[in-house]
Design a protein around this ligand. Structure first.
Ligand code: ATP
Length: 297
């Protein structure tokens, strides 16, 4: 488990991280989401020891993370870090060796990763001749080749086509299943929504929400129900019920009240709906990540 505790950072007199705290659990994919300039890269750099934060600490399994621990991190930096003139396979082997991997093992792993990421045929091409998406895949090979036990990936899915997203996701899930904590940042909310077990939302250097995807969705969906009815006009006249969204085959409503009240009121509303005609759907409505993102930012 990685614990980011009260991390603050200033560039000059500009404070870009303010008491950032969250955890990255082993065996889970944690999506780190925030607008441009929110502080994701700065947080990751602090985790890697590439910047020294003004205050705060990064713990690994309850103790301050060390330089040796950091060598074991698979990091994909935002600015990327490949040598443009070096051949792909050679480059992956080179980075593996920098992490102390034996050359024969590095060769084998480079072959496996290139194959897995659909780059086998390009193994002897120089990096700058690859498309941006393929360079991105190559960067992922480099981050994984030393079989890191922690992954910190800055925008690993940007520029990838949907099939490559699936492949990379598969690889990350596999690492997570082996017990690695995996943190990745992304702007693609629909990707994060689909992929992450846990979410951390940062805005202007402050953590605005963190938890499992389901917890966050539940917290932002209190009192929301989806009701599939042919005619919903009667719903607008129901006390304590607000129609929020019209769907093709029904509506999303918010039922006012605290704690258990909406659930009890929902039962009554279901009976009323049946009395008004055909009901094709009735259930809790969970808001998408985009809604949560807009609400907390
Ligand atoms: P993006 O999604 O655009 O990559 P981000 O969430 O990763 O953004 P950071 O790169 O961490 O955000 O930047 C946070 C803030 O720190 C921004 O306002 C940025 O301009 C500023 N910043 C980042 N690096 C430096 C630096 N080396 N010197 C001064 N300011 C910096």
């Amino acid at each position: 488990m990685i614990e980011i505790r009260n991390l603050s950072h200033q560039y000059g007199d500009r404070q870009v991280l303010k008491n950032v705290s969250f955890t990255v659990e082993p065996g889970k994919l944690t999506g780190f989401v925030g607008a441009n300039g929110a502080g994701k890269t700065t947080t990751m750099r602090a985790m890697l020891g590439l910047i020294r934060p003004t205050s705060g600490e990064v713990l690994l399994n309850g103790r301050p993370i060390t330089a040796t621990d950091r060598v074991g991190i698979g990091y994909m930096p935002e600015e990327r870090g490949l040598y443009p003139k070096m051949k792909l396979h050679e480059q992956i082997v080179y980075f593996a060796q920098l992490h102390g991997v034996d050359k024969a093992v590095a060769n084998r792993r480079a072959d496996e990763l290139l194959d897995r990421l659909g780059l086998a045929e390009r193994r002897d091409e120089i990096v700058e001749s690859l498309s941006l998406g393929n360079q991105q895949r190559a960067q992922i090979c480099v981050a994984l080749v030393h079989e890191p036990n922690i992954l910190v990936l800055d925008e690993p899915f940007s520029g990838l086509d949907p099939i490559a997203v699936e492949v990379v996701l598969d690889v990350l899930n596999q690492r997570a299943k082996m017990g690695a904590p995996v943190l990745f940042s992304s702007h693609q909310l629909e990707v994060v929504e689909k992929l992450s077990d846990n979410l951390v939302i940062i805005s202007q250097g402050e953590i605005k929400a963190a938890g499992t995807r389901r917890e966050l969705q539940e917290a932002h969906s209190r009192g929301l129900y989806r009701i599939g009815v042919d005619d919903h006009t009667w719903l607008t006249q129901q006390p304590g019920v607000e129609v929020l969204e019209r769907l093709e085959d029904g509506v999303v409503v918010r039922i006012a009240g605290d704690a258990d009240e909406p659930a009890a009121r929902a039962q009554q509303l279901l009976r009323d709906a049946i009395a008004h005609g055909r009901v094709t759907e009735f259930g809790r409505h969970l808001v998408p990540l985009t809604t949560i993102f807009k609400e907390v930012r």
